[in-house]
Design a binder for this molecule. Structure first.
Ligand code: SDX
Length: 394
């Protein structure tokens, strides 16, 4: 018996840690943040309220949410200092490369929130990373396209502010499309945390050596970038574009995904834990269809191919036997594409969402008096003991 759930001893021996933050049941397709079902948070909450819940364990009162929002809305960064830092990158650098670099160096800007044993420092570091991430992400994009940085507008909501810093220009007033802000806030809620996924486990392992939180999160951003993890939503759209450009039938690509000799996989399908439908995919699928309908984009070739791929894969025995369903990235990639978000910013938006999950887990680990440095062990399968051979005898 561990809290609300009971685990079989076999599973307990594989668990890397204990956590109160997020619960996943892969067989039943259940996802809960601090006990609240993701479906209810998606319908009633906002990303900032979800951030408060993940960090503090309870839904905030109106006063608590107002205070938290005012803290997080301090999105601006020391422009000159950051600008000089960015100038070290090539303009064609991938925004995720820039974000890994900037986060790795943030401790140089924020000396008063790097003492990992000081709960107040930990809270400030978490607030700063949630607060500065939209700015760092948007400025990484602006730097990559050679456009001027736009300062945040603290009157706007979290998602609107990010869209304005991404797409706005100093010479014109930017009016975010309300459905875009709503769709982005939903994407951020659904991607905010997901238990011990690769990037969160990376943050925990890096942070367990008492590295500063900014460096630990930088390692998490690097892990998320991989195409099998957070980079999947970018790969989903590239895959759909390739299918459209090939002029070949969708069935041809489904057959390739089943061919063991072909490395091609259907991006956006399958999940290590959900061996049933990803509950986030069910939620975001509705928003995806609503957005495409509102934009009159349903008949665009790429979206038509996506819907046909979804239908064929869901009926195919190979996929059904392996319980390979569309995951959250299959639909988030379509939504971000429909919103005109550039492909190389898709994973940056996943990082924008997951910044709170990484910090919640890092804080949970560092406040645990029994927390120790992570040290995974291995099964040695190398050579038996042998003596050194001088080079002239090799
Ligand atoms: C995320 O961990 C998290 O929580 C991650 C995440 C989060 O919120 O943090 O949910 C976010 O990363 C979602 C996943 C995004 N990645 C993709 O969409 C990439 C495509 N998916 C696959 O690469 C794969 O499904 C994984 C990596 C997601 C899961 O891999 P698993 O569980 O290790 O599955 P597997 O490699 O053991 O595959 C089992 C079988 C194999 O066939 P057999 O050897 O049994 O015959 O299913 C096949 C695989 O070949 N398979 C696929 C497939 N995924 C698995 N075949 C075709 N296309 C696919 N996408």
């Amino acid at each position: 018996e561990l809290g609300y759930f009971t685990y079989d001893p076999g599973f307990m021996s594989t668990a890397s840690c204990r956590s109160d933050i997020t619960f996943i049941d892969g067989e039943k397709g259940i996802l809960m943040y601090r006990g609240y079902p993701i479906e209810q948070l998606a319908e009633h909450s906002t990303y900032l309220e979800t951030c408060y819940l993940l960090l503090y364990g309870e839904l905030p009162t109106a006063t608590e949410l107002e205070t938290f929002t005012r803290i997080i809305q301090k999105h601006s960064m020391p422009h000159q200092a950051i600008r000089r830092f960015y100038d070290g990158f090539r303009h064609d650098a991938h925004p995720m490369a820039i974000m890994v670099g900037v986060f790795g160096a943030l401790s140089a800007f924020f000396h008063d929130s790097t003492d990992v044993h000081n709960p107040h420092h930990r809270e400030i570091a978490a607030h700063r990373m949630i607060s500065k991430m939209p700015t760092i992400a948007a400025w990484s994009y602006k730097y990559a396209i050679g456009q001027p940085f736009l300062y945040p507008d603290n009157e706007l909501g979290y998602s609107e502010n990010f869209l304005r810093m991404m797409f706005g220009v100093p010479t014109e007033r930017y009016e975010p499309n309300p459905i875009f802000a709503k769709a982005l806030d939903l994407i951020l809620i659904l991607h905010a945390d997901h238990e011990q996924n690769a990037s969160t486990s990376t943050v925990r392992l890096s942070g367990s050596s008492e590295a500063n939180p900014f460096a630990a999160v930088s390692a998490g951003i690097a892990s998320l970038w991989g195409p099998l993890h957070g980079g999947a939503n970018e790969k989903v759209v590239r895959m759909l574009e390739d299918i459209v450009e090939s002029g070949q039938k969708v069935e041809h690509f489904v057959d390739r995904a089943k061919d063991k000799d072909d490395p091609f996989r259907l991006m956006g399908f399958g999940h290590r834990v959900y061996k049933n439908y990803d509950p986030r995919a069910k939620i975001i699928r509705k928003m995806c269809h609503e957005l495409l309908r509102q934009m009159g984009a349903e008949n665009q070739p790429m979206f038509e191919v996506a819907m046909e791929l979804e239908r064929i894969a869901m009926e195919d025995d190979y996929f059904k036997e392996r319980k390979l369903y569309p995951n959250v990235d299959f639909y988030s990639g379509l939504i971000l594409r429909a919103m005109g978000i550039p492909l190389n910013m898709f994973t940056a938006i996943f990082a924008l969402a997951r910044i709170v999950g990484w910090n919640a887990h890092w804080c949970e680990m560092m406040q645990d008096p029994e927390s120790r440095i992570g040290r995974p062990r291995q099964l040695y399968t190398g050579a038996a003991p042998r003596d050194y051979v001088p080079i002239e005898k090799r």
